[in-house]
Design a protein around this ligand. Sequence first.
Ligand code: KG4
Ligand code: ZN
Length: 347
Amino acid sequence: MYRLILGIESSCDETGVALVRVDAQGSAPVLLAHALHSQIALHQAYGGVVPELASRDHIRRVLPLTRTVLAQAGASLGAVDLVAFTRGPGLAGALLVGAGVACALGAALGVPVLGVHHLEGHLLSPFLSADPPEFPFVALLVSGGHTQLMRVNGVGRYTLLGETIDDAAGEAFDKSAKLMGLPYPGGPVLARLAQDGDAAAFKLPRPLLHSGDLDFSFAGLKTAVLTQARKLGAALEERKADLAASTQAAIVEVLVKKSLKALDRAQLKRLVVAGGVGANRLLRDTLDQACRARGVRVHYPELHLCTDNGAMIAMAAAMRVQAGVAEAACDYAFDVRPRWPLQDLSR
Ligand code: KG4
Ligand code: ZN
């Protein structure tokens, strides 16, 4: 059994490092320390993530963050038993930085490394909250690159119920924000602006709302936002908050209705929401209300652990170890998987 697990996240535009302690088989892993560096300021001038700049910044940040985490936890590097890193999905160059550092540390310390699936990290991140879920549950995974509904029976036991056929929910937020002239990162900026807007001001499509399945489509919404923005022309400036509120309402309505449908289909009364869009206030409030009325328990990660971080990677590794499904290795091959379906993990 590995006791101290160091986790490294570097799949996109945040460098995250964390240290988790695993005690007895039955008890929950404990987050000892975590540290994060966001690249928002670095990419802002370009209006989106520049992969090459992201990789170079991960190189600069990962070891200083590791030192910070060890100091915060009062632990020495030599005490680490397992080094976990994000193996995918994500930007290849960015993933290689975390994988390379993890493998170098593993080889130097003579301990195994474990490549973690980024979405499994998000999925299990609510287990770090004060109100952790219990298996089985339905998970709504909403990040910048993915929008999926999964049935989760246990660690590594995931069944896909539905997913987006084009853009992800986070992408819909980000692209709509860009079309409105809002700065990167679009999602949170659009959500903030929407607070001052009228969600009923513009009629925007709710794609696949009545499709009968659990799939999503957000590409058409983006086109509708573009059409509205063009129609408004110079008037866009003063109607921006209304358009932001209408866009957010469309995305949230689809996510909520499909999540409820998934709970019905799976005959479960427990929902876990994870990924960056899970930080969205309207989504949380609407889900809370709808679920309370149906006797469904909803679990979220702590707000600061919704977006990418190292804690969720160390936690996913710890839970895999405890569940006996960790494929820890000493080959230090630092192979990454920029494209990697979550269902591939299922036993
Ligand atoms: O999980 P995450 O940090 O990275 C990925 O794995 O993709 O998610 C980032 C996504 C971005 O699309 C971002 O705009 C969105 O989450 N996001 C939000 C909010 N905070 C982050 N979208 C809407 N409202 C928010 N408050
Ligand atoms: Zn993520």
